[in-house]
Design a protein around this ligand. Structure first.
Ligand code: HEM
Length: 492
């Protein structure tokens, strides 16, 4: 098959475990046996059921339907009007959904999982740490991290390279340096433990456990995850202590303006209302280690995949990068002007959104549109379904066509914010949006300045969800070729 026509979600390796089908417009419950689970987030455990709750019947209309995660009903929403109503709601009628216990081990009670006053306080701290002014100061660290990556790549010239693993190192280095003032090596222990914990979560997230049974009998995974949580707590505490000692020893006169500094300042705040607890501090660090790394790793890997396949767009992007920066390092002004690169990133985020769906919950019985939603039902907002809806994007919805975004996101979506929201929508929109897109643009620019790349014939397409949307078999670029700058300049 010509990879240019490859269906973004249809794996080339078809078997029971990897079949990934998309059914955004299901109007009835879906039949899925446990052997043919789809990897498409919300549909994972959708079983056909012959009985329906009276209220639930009202829910089964149009593009919204009910599905079950074990014993828990989820109402899957992919109708733009409802999506907007739910995500933009400011009265907290749709708080974050029930977070499965295993997931809580990963994120704790940080900004992504908290609600109410606590969320407001933590959101303010993280928004401040990643504001435009602070972001400017992070650019040199992002550039040096990419330089390290390019230095490593010299040994692969003319050979194949596994970019998914390479970007794992890069994104870990970037978040370690910018948010925690340390390096990947210092944070390595934490990343390794978080990765192991994510694997355990993947294995267990939808497994049923009898309530209370853990008090008498714990599985190996439960014992291991408890150890990992303690280990992560300990390692994060070490990083915090180091920062505090620097101030004590007079090496610096404050805790700093990076994310860790902002959190330690809040922990030491004399005003009780503004203060955060040590557990909150650790949870927030865990959240940002994981959120700052996994999602950008996913975005960069899928972008290299599409550019390796679509060499015409790779070339368009390279021309723009040289026009903007020449052979110089990227800078903030230039980054803001990268139109083609932005179009490519948006189209990649449309086809391969790192976060596949958002979970919310109905606080009390509510009537939205023509639907009656019962209290406590979880809502699964399927952004992936909207990004792949032919009614919104046209019959060529599955093709990589960055030109959709040539006149901006508003034009591409016909002013419908619920058609494209890879970073979420409403008050809980991603805190790291600008950070992630800046990191991605810097990385892509610096790679394009140096290398030409194609896709390896050994690549097997199999997107799957593991916290974020990942390439199951990695992404292998073939024959990365150092760009002959002089020849390139003469030719262009
Ligand atoms: C391509 C990269 C990224 C994507 C696609 C992405 C996507 C998202 C999405 C969809 C949400 C909303 C979740 C919801 O409403 O339930 C979100 C929230 C969040 N993201 Fe990101 N994210 C990315 C990068 C980052 C980075 C780099 C950071 C940190 C440096 C970050 C930190 C957060 C935090 C803290 C929240 C929770 C916000 C809240 O609940 O108030 N994200 N992200």
């Amino acid at each position: 098959m010509d990879t240019r026509d490859m269906h973004p979600l249809d794996p080339s390796e078809k078997n029971d475990r990897t079949v990934l089908s998309l059914a955004p417009c299901a109007s009835t419950l879906l039949l899925r046996s446990s052997r043919s689970l789809t990897n498409y987030g919300g549909l994972r455990f959708a079983y056909k059921i012959s009985w329906l709750h009276r209220e639930s019947e009202a829910l089964l209309t149009g593009v919204n339907y009910l599905s079950w995660y074990g014993p828990k009903a989820h109402f899957v929403v992919s109708e733009p009007k409802l999506v907007k109503e739910i995500l933009n709601n400011k009265d907290r009628a749709y708080p974050k959904g029930d977070i499965p216990a295993y997931f809580r081990l990963l994120l704790g009670n940080g900004v992504t999982t908290s609600e109410g006053e606590k969320w407001t306080k933590h959101r303010k701290l993280s928004t401040y740490a990643f504001n435009t002014e602070n972001l400017k100061g992070m650019i040199p660290a992002m550039i040096s991290s990419v330089e390290m990556l390019l230095e490593r790549w010299k040994q692969y010239e003319g050979r194949e390279i596994e970019v998914y693993q390479e970007f794992r190192l890069l994104t870990s280095e970037v978040i370690s340096r910018t948010a925690f003032g340390s390096s990947y090596l210092e944070g390595k222990n934490i990343f390794d433990m978080l990765t192991k914990l994510s694997l355990i979560i993947n294995r267990n997230i939808y497994k049923l456990r009898l309530p209370g049974i853990s008090k008498f009998w714990r599985t190996e995974d439960e014992i291991e995850s408890e150890k990992l949580v303690k280990g992560i707590h300990h390692s994060v505490m070490e990083i915090i202590k180091k920062r505090e000692e620097k101030v004590k020893n007079g090496e610096t006169d404050g805790f700093g303006n990076d994310f860790l500094g902002v959190l330690v300042n809040a922990y030491r705040d004399p005003d009780e209302k503004k203060r955060i607890s040590i557990d909150d501090l650790v949870d927030e660090c865990k959240t940002f280690y994981i959120a700052g790394q996994e999602s950008t790793n996913s975005l960069l890997s899928w972008t290299i995949l599409v550019l390796a396949i679509h060499s015409d767009w790779q070339e368009e992007a390279r021309k723009e990068v040289f026009k903007t920066f020449g052979q110089q390092k990227p800078n903030l002004d230039g980054i803001a002007k990268l139109r083609i690169v932005s179009m490519i990133i948006n189209e990649t985020l449309r086809l391969y959104p790192p976060v596949l769906g958002l979970i919310r919950k109905v606080e009390t019985d509510v009537q939205i549109g023509q639907l009656t939603l019962p209290a406590n039902i979880n809502l699964y907002i399927a952004n992936m379904a909207l990004h792949h809806d032919p009614q919104i994007w046209g019959e060529d919805v599955h093709l990589f066509k960055p030109e959709r975004f040539s006149e901006g996101v508003a034009k591409a979506t016909n002013n419908n914010p619920a058609a494209f929201f890879p970073f979420g929508l409403g008050p809980r929109t991603c805190v790291g949006l600008n950070f992630a897109t800046t990191e991605a643009k810097i990385t892509l620019s610096m790679i394009l300045q140096k290398y030409l790349f194609t896709l390896s014939p050994t690549y097997i397409h199999s997107p799957y969800e593991s916290v974020t949307l990942c390439p199951r078999n990695g992404v292998q670029s073939a024959n990365i070729e150092a760009l002959d700058i002089v020849a390139y300049r003469e030719f262009n």
